[in-house]
Design a protein. Structure first.
Length: 319
């Protein structure tokens, strides 16, 4: 079963308005347009570890090729070949379609076609590039005429927090605890062969989310003073007034991890919460390891970006 996009004229107009508005913001921030290939080599995607092979939409005519499941991998591959000699940092923006495969009923699959727009900042040498990228995200969304009941929340985490929590565990316990925390599975924590004090701490982490300063203070009390936590504290102290200016709430959730195995360091989602339902508007984060994977000679192997869901935004802008 395939979810084929067949837009009516109103949807087409809204898509164009959204994309044009976003593109203007990206260009004002000094970003250049890039158009990566819609077709990827399956072996390349699989080797990068970004996504499981069974989630890829392969081509019937050539099983070694697939439609791109997300934009970032295609762009990073592009900058490691055609743009390898271009001066860093690279500030790039893109629009395009991605293709997702989801498991359906009775061993069938559902194919989804989604429109995205976003930016990538690659090869930066500043310590906190997240400030620029998230600021651009706020600026871009602010230029759209969203419905009044759309309360915006930036949900943030960092793989460094999860690494800190899991630092004392090895082997099978490590994987079980990691899976339990990201899936909020208290039963698996109860069944672990660790002492009761550790179980209490881990289960308490399930409910440790909200205002960044409060969450970081709690984590510092549990795990001690830590450079990664200090860096996160500085980042949120800088981002908080920016978010307030745009009317966006920031929440830190140590257990939040995205589906794609793409990010290391900061990961985030921008969510519209209208009290009845939640809609993910944008997703992003750091992907330094992906840059190193495609070009081991990259002098500054750093990457950060986000993708905005045009499909979800279309339902949230005013008529």
């Amino acid at each position: 079963m395939t979810k084929i996009k067949e837009f009516n004229l109103i949807d087409v107009r809204k898509n164009s308005q959204i994309v044009n508005t976003l593109n203007k913001v990206f260009k004002l921030w000094g970003y250049e347009k890039v158009s990566p290939s819609m077709i990827n080599n399956i072996e390349t995607i699989k080797s990068s570890g970004v996504i499981n092979q069974d989630e890829l939409v392969s081509l019937v005519s050539n099983k070694s090729l697939c439609l791109r499941p997300e934009m970032t991998t295609s762009i990073v591959k592009l900058i490691s070949t055609r743009l390898v000699n271009k001066k860093r940092p690279l500030r790039l923006w893109n629009n395009g379609t991605i293709f997702e495969k989801e498991e359906g009923i009775k061993n069938s699959y559902k194919l989804n076609e989604r429109i995205q727009s976003g930016i990538e900042l690659i090869g930066y040498d500043t310590k906190f590039p997240e400030i620029e990228v998230i600021n651009i995200l706020f600026d871009a969304i602010n230029k759209l005429n969203l419905k009044e009941n759309c309360n915006l929340v930036l949900l943030v985490s960092s793989t460094t927090i999860l690494d800190l929590i899991l630092n004392n565990y090895i082997g099978e316990d490590f994987e079980i605890i990691k899976k339990s925390l990201t899936e909020l599975d208290q039963v698996s924590i109860n069944n672990l062969d660790i002492n009761d004090k550790e179980k209490i701490i881990l289960k308490d982490i399930f409910f440790t989310r909200g205002k960044p300063s409060v969450v970081l203070e709690k984590l510092t009390k549990i795990y001690g003073k830590n450079k990664d936590l200090d860096d996160l504290n500085y980042l949120f102290e800088t981002l908080s007034p920016i978010a307030n200016n745009y009317g966006i709430q920031i929440k830190l959730d140590p257990t939040f991890q995205p589906h794609l195995n793409l990010y290391e360091g900061i990961v985030f989602q921008l969510i519209c919460d209208n009290n009845k339902s939640k809609s993910v508007i944008a997703k992003g984060g750091r992907y330094d390891e992906l840059v190193r994977f495609f070009n081991k000679k990259e002098k500054i192997p750093t990457g950060l970006g986000f993708s905005i869901s045009v499909d979800n935004l279309r339902k949230l802008i005013r008529e």
